[in-house]
Design a protein around this ligand. Structure first.
Ligand code: ADP
Ligand code: MG
Ligand code: MG
Length: 267
């Protein structure tokens, strides 16, 4: 395949909004890596800016639960982000192929995702594009480790509330549709709540056939599956609180009894 620096491009792994992601090889070590190729042609100034944010944010996080950005290469035509390879693909593919998972698996997966978010919080980063397609698996099985990916919409949260309108409508928090209001890290929690609901049920938590219907549909969520434990239902309900003020915070989320592993002295 094509060579870029010390890397060789192989088969295509996925395609997103700007980038095409390839399986690749670090030639000296023969290690597998993923290569996200972004064409420089027609890249607008704001898109270039966002790419820079993606690089700075992803580089600054160091966690087992966040995909590592290993290297960046630039040629006349393209940017290449060299990423830690996750052979299990993304959660969207996994749920499509295997269907929703049991609560015990969803719990472990949420523990991974939330560990990843702890690392983001430590650097004051909001992700803003949390969805099944942006969470990767280290292997194609329920025992995989999950890793947060795609920092293309992320930024450091300063004192100002963010106001840009971006993300994927299905996962956008209610307050993001009312963009004049501004939104903060709690918008990530809403998106994560949608992810949580999807991995448990294989469906979105509200009924909307078209994106225009989403802001209204978000006001009336589907009822939760009755087979879920009370703690699981409590967490889901609090993550998908319409009002960001009453929505669970990250600090509370990290301590929620559904997420917290049992203390050793409880055995
Ligand atoms: P975009 O910003 O265009 O959405 P992503 O970074 O989300 O690009 O990558 C698009 C898709 O490529 C992902 O949804 C996933 O299926 C696949 N992919 C991305 N990074 C990796 C990786 N490190 N390992 C394996 N697959 C990946
Ligand atoms: Mg993506
Ligand atoms: Mg992206």
């Amino acid at each position: 395949g094509k060579r870029v620096g010390q890397y060789e491009l192989k088969s295509k792994l996925g395609k997103g909004t700007f980038g095409t992601v390839y399986l690749g090889k670090h030639i000296p070590s023969k290690n597998k890596i993923a290569i996200k190729m972004i064409s420089r042609q027609g890249l607008r100034a704001d898109q270039q800016n966002r790419l820079e944010q993606e690089i700075v944010c992803q580089r600054s996080v160091d966690s087992e639960y966040v995909v590592k950005l290993i290297d960046v290469q630039k040629t006349d035509n393209n940017f290449y982000l060299i990423l830690e390879y996750c052979s299990g693909g993304d959660l969207g593919q996994f749920i499509t192929q295997n269907g929703p998972v049991e609560e015990s698996i969803a719990r472990r997966w949420m523990q991974h995702i939330i560990e990843g978010f702890k690392a983001l919080r430590a650097k004051n980063i909001i992700h803003r594009d949390m969805k099944l397609q942006n969470i990767l698996l280290t292997e194609a099985s329920t025992s995989a480790t999950l890793k947060l990916a795609d920092f293309g919409m992320s930024r450091f949260l300063d004192d100002d509330l963010a106001q840009s309108w971006l993300g994927t409508p299905l996962y956008m928090a209610p307050e993001m549709f009312r963009w004049k209001e501004g939104y903060d890290a709690k918008a990530d929690i809403w998106s994560l709540g949608v992810v949580f609901y999807e991995i448990l049920t294989g469906e979105a938590p509200f009924n909307a056939k078209r994106r225009e219907e989403i802001p209204h549909a978000q006001k009336k969520l589907k009822s939760l599956p009755a087979n879920l434990s009370p703690l699981c239902q409590d967490l889901l309900t609090r993550m998908l609180s319409y009002d960001p003020k009453t929505r669970i915070s990250f600090e509370e989320l990290f301590e929620h009894p559904f997420i917290l592993p049992p203390k050793e002295d409880e055995y």
